[in-house]
Design a protein around this ligand. Structure first.
Ligand SMILES: C[S@@+](CC[C@H](N)C(=O)[O-])C[C@H]1O[C@@H](n2cnc3c(N)ncnc32)[C@H](O)[C@@H]1O
Length: 252
């Protein structure tokens, strides 16, 4: 996309085709936000945050949004593929502790010893179970299933390997765990629009979690791609500024 902004004239001018927008409009904000996400991703902006001491590789808006989803659903079990340093597990476990309900299962193909130690000695450790292995391997999926008791409410987040094929495979094996009214969240669909940034790859335009989620929704009528409601919005912005576009699959 090509555009220029003129703060003096309060205009954002789009090229090809030429169009002039009010700079202080929701549409201009959306265009600038997309550009900000792209530049920020290349600057590794999301690698600058931590939660209760553990690095968390997420955009803060995505965390604030998922926090409200967790608070509304109060799931008994939160399953996340992709642990890394454990920040997201600690965040979800902290919410469970605050709510007095729920626990977290984190799966990663490799949990480095220093990360394992930091997670296992963290104040939130009693609410976290770590499972090491590939998220789609049948043995790992069985272990996760065995950690969930019949009838428990379950939310699933997919944040491991972000190829379309891997996310598609994760969706097939983890979606059946999700309880009605809850979600399976295919994170990092932003790859779709990050394909042309310096650190991106051309194939990301089609090989990404958002594409996997869309295919899954088309094949599974018991799920729908549905944005979680915002409990509060007195602003003019109605769309998430997110690295998780088209991510929330609601189990009907
Ligand atoms: C983006 S990081 C996770 C970030 C973490 N959820 C957070 O918010 O801080 C992705 C992780 O997925 C893991 N991973 C990659 N392939 C995997 C697979 N096949 N199964 C499970 N985990 C995998 C990587 O080892 C890495 O730690």
């Amino acid at each position: 996309m090509r555009f220029s902004i003129d703060e003096g004239r309060r205009k954002l001018t789009l090229q090809d085709p030429d169009r002039e927008l009010d700079l202080y409009s929701p549409e201009a904000f959306s265009i600038l936000s997309r550009a900000w996400l792209k530049v920020g991703w290349d600057q590794k902006y999301v690698y600058g945050f931590s939660w209760l001491g553990r690095p968390i590789i997420q955009l803060p808006e995505d965390l604030v949004r998922i926090q409200e989803v967790i608070y509304r659903l109060k799931p008994e079990v939160i399953v996340e593929t992709g642990v890394a340093h454990g920040g997201s597990l600690v965040l979800y476990a902290g919410l469970c502790k605050l709510m007095g309900r729920g626990r977290v299962i984190g799966i990663d193909i490799e949990i480095r010893p220093h990360n394992r130690k930091a997670i296992e000695t963290h104040e939130m450790a009693p609410l976290i179970t770590l499972v090491e292995g590939s998220s789609t391997s049948p043995g790992i999926v069985s272990r996760v299933r065995a950690l969930i008791r019949p009838g428990e409410t379950v939310l699933v987040l997919l944040d491991s390997n972000h190829t379309k094929a891997h996310v598609a495979a994760e969706l097939e094996v983890y979606a059946p765990l999700v309880t009605p009214g809850s979600y399976i969240v295919a994170t990092d669909g932003s790859m779709e629009f990050l394909h042309d940034v310096p650190r991106g790859k051309p194939e990301w335009a089609h090989d990404n979690p958002k594409a996997a989620a869309a295919d899954f929704a088309a094949r599974h009528p018991e799920f729908a791609l549905e944005e979680p409601p915002w409990p509060f919005n007195e602003g003019r912005v109605t769309e998430r500024i997110t690295h998780w576009p088209g991510a929330y699959l609601l189990r009907k």
